[in-house]
Design a protein around this ligand. Structure first.
Ligand SMILES: NC(=O)c1ccc[n+]([C@@H]2O[C@H](COP(=O)([O-])OP(=O)(O)OC[C@H]3O[C@@H](n4cnc5c(N)ncnc54)[C@H](OP(=O)(O)O)[C@@H]3O)[C@@H](O)[C@H]2O)c1
Length: 331
């Protein structure tokens, strides 16, 4: 049996290009004691993958050239030599950008029988739904009636953050690129207002939509947009640094906020987080999100790229914004 894997051929200079990657065929062997053979069904396209392609040791480490690109995913056990898993089980884990893998069974989380496995990358996924929940509720302490602004609002974490803020009774303004995404946010995600940052004039649009100031900014983008929102914080505002996707292609020259003194002037705070710090709360988060999904209060739009060969383009798309909601690859 042959598997296919996506390897890093050379380190990207700025924005990755398809030529930075290669697709390699490899003969599959059999799992040894304690191992399982997993067929990957869906791969999560996450921003942290970009940082693993650089040569320096970022938060998520650095992969060697000619090794599979890091990726979280869900799949199905084909053969098991591990007591805790059997053929047919759905699992979640750090599967890498490949169609199959043989790995120790302890690396995987067994998903509930009958569950839609890819939900554990999206709404119930650590890097998506749980991240939005942790950022808004655990870190941002969103409260009813507050004005919340979310950047990269039409993406995976963004669509979740907008909807969770609405469920918590906030007024939500989403910022995303292009008029179609702005419409998507107000018509399908339930935002009270949306701003197309690519059209310019974010400052004026925000002043109009958030006339009493921004109580909570859930930032996925960083850079210039962070300054624009800092300038319009309400007294006592919280700025939650979830990510800074505008900065990941050149981490040696990250643009910091010029207007950080607004934090002092407005008695505001800015706090960053990574979702793994809230692991103890994951069961409660999953339960709440599952309830909202079941009641229809929460939806997770998906963009699925078919075929492992599409993995490099999908990763590039995360930066060019061709998707809405959760971006996945189905190998
Ligand atoms: N703190 C944590 O634990 C944690 C965990 C997971 C993810 N994150 C962070 O969450 C953020 C969103 O990740 P995601 O996986 O949900 O991705 P995503 O939002 O689905 O995709 C990224 C989006 O960012 C926007 N974007 C890209 N470059 C931009 C730029 N220069 N300026 C403005 N917008 C830009 C694009 O949308 P447009 O078309 O609107 O430009 C794109 O759709 C990332 O910053 C990521 O690092 C943090």
């Amino acid at each position: 049996m042959i598997k296919k894997k996506v390897v890093l051929r050379r380190r990207p200079a700025g924005q990755p290009v398809v030529e930075d990657f290669g697709i390699v065929d490899e003969e599959l062997t059999n799992p040894a004691a304690g191992q399982v053979l997993v067929e990957v069904e869906h791969l999560s396209i996450d921003a942290f993958i970009r940082t693993t392609l650089d040569g320096d040791e970022g938060l998520h480490g650095s992969i060697a050239l000619d090794t599979p690109v890091t990726a979280l995913g869900v799949g199905r056990v084909v053969t098991s030599e591990f007591d805790g898993l059997q053929a047919g089980d759905a699992v979640f884990g750090p599967v890498g950008a490949q169609t199959h893998l043989i790995a120790p069974g302890v690396m995987f989380r067994k998903l509930p029988d009958g569950a839609e496995a890819r939900q554990y990358l999206g709404a119930l996924g650590m890097t998506t739904g749980l991240t939005a929940y942790a950022g808004l509720i655990n870190v941002g302490a969103v409260a009813e009636g507050e004005t919340v602004v979310v950047s990269a609002a039409a993406g995976a974490v963004g669509t979740m953050a907008c909807q969770i803020a609405k469920i918590r009774g906030a007024r939500v303004i989403g910022i995303a690129g292009g008029p179609a995404k702005a419409r998507f946010l107000t018509e399908q995600i339930g935002c009270d207002g949306a701003i197309d940052y690519k059209a310019g004039g974010v400052d004026a649009a925000l002043r109009e939509l958030a006339h009493d100031g921004v109580d909570l900014y859930f930032d996925n983008v960083g850079g210039e947009l962070l300054d624009t929102v800092l300038d319009q914080l309400a007294i006592g505002a919280r700025v939650v640094i979830c990510g800074a996707i505008s900065q990941y292609n050149d981490r040696a020259n990250v643009r910091g906020p010029n207007l950080y003194l607004r934090l002092a002037e407005r008695n505001a705070s800015m706090r960053g987080f990574t979702v793994d710090h809230f692991m103890a709360d994951f069961p409660q988060m999953e339960q709440d999100i599952a309830t909202w999904l079941a009641s229809g209060q929460l939806v997770m739009p998906e963009h699925i790229v078919e075929g492992i060969e599409g993995f490099p383009e999908a990763l590039i798309m995360l930066f060019t914004g061709g998707h809405r909601g959760k971006l996945l690859v189905a190998p």
